[in-house]
Design a protein around this ligand. Structure first.
Ligand SMILES: Nc1nc2c(ncn2[C@@H]2O[C@H](COP(=O)(O)OP(=O)(O)O)[C@@H](O)[C@H]2O)c(=O)[nH]1
Ligand SMILES: [Mg+2]
Length: 202
């Protein structure tokens, strides 16, 4: 069983809770408690692999950029903005900057965490303040994945986005496991070095 921790971050009202709840329950309720932060947990099966998923949905993200706890906790991030709210886009940009900065500060061996930038509320495109190309460019600048969708109207797209993020996190975790040789493997390497033996393939 793999454990995956995913943080959904973004400005207040961007639709973080709506996206998480939609993915976990298939439902769009319309109003979500905004005064409580939660960690939802769910067992899912992805590509034949059992996953214990934890999704962190903070209460109010506005103004909070320190992210120290989240950066330590999460294996991946979904950064949400509302396409009809430019301020939420600016906040998403600040969050991406903060995540990137923390990776630069970390040791080189650290695998970069998966980040997906999502422009939510695509159903409100008549009130659009942020262009699709602006979202795409921001994602390219920060080397993250990007998509626009509507938590209210696009259940399949919401599932597809979470699935992409989870696949990417799992392949990062696998890469991390590979880089950390197990005790017996490092011992075998040491013995080979000392006795100069080479393994032959037969
Ligand atoms: N029209 C529309 N409204 C949405 C969508 N997603 C969320 N909302 C609404 O936006 C408001 C804020 O959503 P919420 O999930 O509480 O935002 P959060 O503060 O980021 O967790 C709520 O009234 C939701 O019903 C969407 O895709 N389309
Ligand atoms: Mg919320």
């Amino acid at each position: 069983m793999s454990e995956v921790k995913l943080a959904v971050l973004g400005g207040s009202g961007a639709g973080k809770s709506a996206l998480a709840v939609r993915f976990l329950t298939r439902r769009f309720i319309g109003e979500y408690a905004s005064n409580a932060e939660c960690i939802y947990t769910k067992h899912i099966c992805l590509d034949g692999r059992q996953i214990h998923l934890e999704i962190y949905d903070p209460c109010s993200q506005q103004g909070k950029l320190s992210l120290t706890d989240e950066l330590h906790w999460a294996d991946g991030f979904i950064i949400v903005y509302d396409i009809s709210d430019r301020a939420s886009f600016a906040f998403a940009k600040a969050l991406l900057y903060r995540i990137q900065e923390s990776h630069i500060g970390a040791c080189k061996k650290m695998v970069e965490s998966t980040v997906f930038l999502v422009g939510n509320k695509q159903d409100l495109c008549h009130m659009r303040e942020v262009g699709w190309d602006e979202g795409q460019k921001l994602a390219m600048d920060y080397k993250c994945q990007f998509g626009e969708l509507s938590a209210a109207e696009h259940y399949q797209e919401v599932v597809a986005m979470f699935t992409k993020v989870l696949r990417s996190i799992i392949s990062n975790l696998k890469a991390k496991e590979k880089r950390r040789p197990s005790g017996s493997k490092s011992m075998a390497k040491l013995i080979n070095n000392v006795f100069g033996k080479r393994r032959k393939s037969v």
